[in-house]
Design a protein around this ligand. Structure first.
Ligand SMILES: NC(=O)c1ccc[n+]([C@@H]2O[C@H](COP(=O)([O-])OP(=O)(O)OC[C@H]3O[C@@H](n4cnc5c(N)ncnc54)[C@H](OP(=O)(O)O)[C@@H]3O)[C@@H](O)[C@H]2O)c1
Length: 380
């Protein structure tokens, strides 16, 4: 590839930094132009604006916007420009210091998002300039404008899906897909019950289940705009939408005269909400806990164990990725299947609010508020 003299000069001026651990920071924010030539881009990005935290604590208090130098692009690395990156509950838990895996500090926040490859190291064969890529695993620190990352830590996505779908594909739809595939053999006409049905995971569960002809009973917390939320979830394919309170009413029995009891319950909340899901599960059904938004333990009634022999399981997509890291096809096949659903209009991104990185404090505060039913996504 022949570079223009200006591009060559800008490439030579790349400075060095590292992607994790101690970070070299500057006060100044600078973005260089990007030169495009015959489908190869020569990036002159030399630094990155990042949301960094040096201590654990309240996200809107401990996270700061800083400028980091970008390192030299090693032969097995790529320079990426972030395009859109969400704020997920696990990102917030990492900043708070309460998540199962924590990066060493200081750290850049965020674990998910879609980025575009701007330059590739000379030994990289799997990615090319212009590709859209998402992190293969948690912990990359995606809340930044650009990064130099190992090519093996990224997986390419097709570019014919909407940006917000790409930005939010790697965690929640994958979690929904696996939970609907790996625990019970579900066939068209079967029922799944889930709480936090308006969450990112919940919206993906509704849509993937609907595409497979599986009915969903969706439980949400009561709120003033319940009807609006219920209509929105039904438009996605939700079969039934109930509040946690109405799930306890005796009329629920009538529902199961026309609809089979769920074989699978998906619990993202814990506490009483999980107990209610168990109450409606069919004998020998499975409840999978994947989140604990209520921060309360799961209480299993003894009757559910003795008389219904329900199975109590857990799921963590990070563990699934690690367990399947040597089987490239398992992740690729799942992403391909999800992209087919997206292209067919059967799987949309969760409702999102797009925000600029500079508005991070508001975005972090909003991401922690109850009853939002929308995901905050930094769009660069
Ligand atoms: N195990 C895994 O592999 C995996 C993967 C992805 C996500 N997760 C977990 O799944 C959960 C949802 O993630 P997400 O990205 O889908 O979330 P999200 O889009 O940010 O939505 C958060 C959901 O949690 C609900 N919620 C918040 N506080 C609650 C409470 N005290 N009681 C009941 N519901 C509450 C919200 O309901 P309201 O609208 O009523 O506030 C909303 O439905 C999180 O715990 C996340 O860490 C786990």
């Amino acid at each position: 590839m022949r570079l223009s003299p200006v591009a060559s000069f800008l490439l030579r001026t790349h400075r060095i930094y590292r992607t994790s651990g101690s970070l070299s920071c500057k006060k100044r924010v600078r973005h260089e132009p990007v030169f495009l030539k015959n489908n190869f881009s020569v990036s002159a990005v030399t630094d990155s604006t990042a949301l960094l935290y040096r201590n654990h604590g309240e996200p809107s208090k401990v996270v700061q916007l800083e400028t980091l130098d970008l390192p030299h692009i090693g032969s097995d690395c790529v320079l990426v420009k972030m395009l859109a990156v969400p704020i997920n509950p696990s990102d917030l838990n990492m900043v708070q210091g309460t998540y199962a895996i924590l990066p060493s500090l200081p750290a850049v926040g965020g674990n998910e998002g879609v980025c575009q490859v701007m330059e590739v190291g000379d030994k990289v064969k799997t990615l090319k300039v212009g590709d859209w890529v998402i992190p293969r695993d948690a912990g990359l620190g995606t809340w930044r404008t650009a990064a130099v990352l190992k090519a093996d830590d990224l997986v390419a996505l097709p570019k014919d899906i909407p940006l917000l779908s790409a930005a939010t594909l790697g965690v929640n739809p994958c979690t929904a897909f696996r939970m609907l595939s790996d625990f019970e053999e579900l066939k068209p006409g079967d029922t799944v019950i889930q709480n936090a049905a308006n969450s990112g995971v919940g919206q993906a569960v509704i849509q993937i289940a609907a595409a497979k002809g599986i009915h969903t009973i969706n439980v949400v917390r009561d709120r003033p705009d319940l009807q609006q939320l219920s209509d929105r979830l039904k438009a996605l394919g939700a079969t039934h939408v109930f509040t946690e309170e109405s799930l306890r009413r005796p009329e629920m029995k009538e529902l199961f005269m026309s609809c089979p009891r769920p074989k699978l319950a998906l619990n993202g909340v814990g506490g009483k909400s999980a107990t209610e899901l168990l109450r409606h599960l069919q004998s020998e059904g499975t409840m999978v806990t994947y989140g604990g938004m209520a921060k309360l333990p799961v209480t299993v009634p003894v009757g559910a164990l003795i008389f219904k022999d329900v199975k109590i399981r857990g799921f963590w997509v990070t563990q699934w990725r690690r367990d399947n890291s040597h089987d490239e096809d398992s992740l690729r096949n799942m992403l391909d299947e999800l992209c087919i659903l997206i292209r067919a209009g059967k799987l949309s991104a969760p409702a999102c609010i797009e925000v600029g990185l500079q508005d991070f404090q508001k975005a972090l505060e909003n991401a922690m508020k109850p009853y939002m039913s929308t995901k905050q996504v930094f769009v660069m």
